[in-house]
Design a protein. Structure first.
Ligand code: DC
Length: 229
């Protein structure tokens, strides 16, 4: 059995932080599949490929020259696309919207499947995304569905942008989050749905540490050697 914990849920649910902390705590590899779709969305725009050109995007995705490199100075994994560090751009709302559009194309999802699976490494993998437990790693012994109300997610995003000195509008953020939820949940291929047997965590009123301890307690029932302190 492979040690895999999948964490699926909408953006702003706290998945990114929770997954990063889980990977650090366990010393496991981290797959941030959203970052992969974000990089692809930005690359498609930079290469002037039309969003309607599905097969062109899928074939680009199959060959895309991207590496994810740990940056000790910034304490994060940075995406290097064709030699350029895209870290400053991938968390923008534009990248999120582009990601959501390319991610809705079935042949694109298919093109990225093996690349995502190849992130697995001993002793284990934390997989962060929308379809990690349903499509990419259906065999994972531990599946989490992490969510939070749309209002709460918009507020978190608002604070995050403000703290970076980026101007933000709460109403526009909430509308953007709802639009993305709608597209991610209703697309015909790999929609955002909880995997069978997934453990639900609503992070609206929880701290990151509280979410972590709930996830680790659940995971330790299937994976005996996990630390629980
Ligand atoms: O998790 P995120 O916000 O970085 O994801 C960006 C977009 O990519 C999101 O709108 C949905 C899409 N996505 C996806 O369809 N499947 C995944 N496994 C991860 C992300």
């Amino acid at each position: 059995m492979k040690n895999i914990i999948t964490v699926d849920g909408p953006s702003g649910s706290g998945k990114g932080t929770v997954c990063q902390k889980l990977a650090e705590k366990l010393g496991w590899e981290l797959l941030d599949s959203g970052a992969l779709y974000r990089v692809l969305g930005l690359a498609v725009k930079r290469h002037d490929i039309a969003i309607e050109a599905h097969e062109k995007i899928a074939s680009f995705a199959r060959k895309m020259d991207v590496k994810f490199v740990w940056s000790a100075s910034n304490c994060e994994v940075e995406p290097i696309l064709e030699g350029e560090n895209l870290a400053p751009f991938i968390r923008t709302d534009e990248a999120g919207q582009l990601a959501s559009q390319v991610a809705a194309i079935p042949s694109v999802r298919e093109a990225l499947l093996e690349r995502q699976r190849s992130f697995y490494q001993e002793p284990g993998l934390i997989a962060d995304g929308r379809d990690m437990g349903t499509i990419v790693f259906p065999e994972a012994p531990v599946k989490i569905f992490l969510t939070a109300s749309a209002e709460c997610r918009a507020e978190r995003r608002y604070k995050q942008l403000k703290s970076k000195g980026v101007s933000a509008n709460m109403r526009a953020l909430l509308d953007s989050i709802k639009a993305r939820d709608e597209r991610d949940q209703t697309r015909p291929v790999a929609p955002l749905v909880p995997a069978e047997g997934a453990f639900f965590v609503d992070s609206s009123d929880l701290t990151i540490d509280e979410v972590l301890s709930q996830v680790l307690e659940f995971a330790s029932k299937s994976l005996s050697e996990l630390p629980l302190d």
